[in-house]
Design a protein around this ligand. Structure first.
Ligand code: COA
Length: 213
């Protein structure tokens, strides 16, 4: 089920009832095992097994984390994105993304999916702050986040161990006031001034299985 739609991709519900869920998480696990993310750290399973991944996703979903599948306009699964590590008192959450289809990398899809997911966090969940961590070596990723409008907060020295060496981690965030300013900017750039063409605002479709806080 499509939740929110952009020009290059859409975000769809990603849960065990999703069609082809097992095929999709197999793909996802392969990318994790190839080292494109450090998400194996969350289960300690390396290489990550499908059972471990399925259990982790299910446990996260039950804990209230948001998982979206990123789909092409033709409905082909491209990757996942979502919001995690919720701190409701502070109204903050962590953003994560993984484009699993290597052919889809570097075409602007990551930036659009990031914007759509961040929109969901601020508009639908009323967050005040969305943050993320990324390896300093992953320049494509942090360039993508900067392009969307995230602000660099600082560097955690040798925070990560990636492919045989320590790597600094860069910490980014976007505040609600900054997101609002970006929405106004994107809306003024939209051809009809409606705010729709450039903003990718969420459709009023309920998320099955997700309990609002
Ligand atoms: C990180 C990721 C989400 C970015 O999505 P994407 O669709 O590839 O990124 P975009 O095309 O929207 O933007 C990438 C930006 O980085 C730049 N870029 C692309 N390749 C690059 C490279 N090899 N080195 C430096 N910058 C690069 C592009 O120029 C682009 O900026 P521009 O449009 O201003 O020119 C995606 O590549 C991905 O999922 N990678 C694998 C997993 C991963 O790294 N996840 C993030 C963990 S924090």
């Amino acid at each position: 089920m499509i939740y929110t739609q952009g020009k290059l991709c859409s975000l769809a519900v990603f849960a065990s009832e999703t069609e082809d869920f097992d095929a999709r998480i197999r793909w996802y696990a392969e990318q994790i095992n190839l080292g494109f993310t450090t998400q194996h750290l969350y289960t300690g399973s390396e290489p990550m097994s499908l059972d471990d991944l399925r259990s982790r996703l299910e446990a996260e979903r039950k804990a209230g984390d948001i998982h979206f599948g990123i789909e092409s306009p033709a409905g082909v699964f491209i990757g996942t994105t979502g919001l995690h590590s919720f701190r409701w008192v502070y109204r903050s959450a962590e953003f994560r993304i993984l484009i699993a289809d290597r052919d889809a990398i570097g075409k602007g899809i990551g930036a659009e999916a990031t914007w759509l997911c961040v929109n969901y966090g601020f508009e639908r969940l009323n967050l005040n702050r969305v943050w993320l961590g990324v390896s300093a070596h992953n320049e494509r990723a942090w360039r993508c986040y900067e392009k969307v409008g995230f602000t660099l907060e600082g560097t955690l020295r040798q925070e990560l161990y990636v492919r045989g060496g320590y790597s600094d981690a860069r910490r980014y965030s976007m505040l609600r006031t900054e997101w609002e300013a970006l929405c106004i900017k994107r809306s003024s750039l939209a051809p009809d001034g409606s705010g729709q063409a450039g903003s990718g605002r969420t459709l009023p479709t309920p998320m099955p299985g997700h309990t609002e806080p």
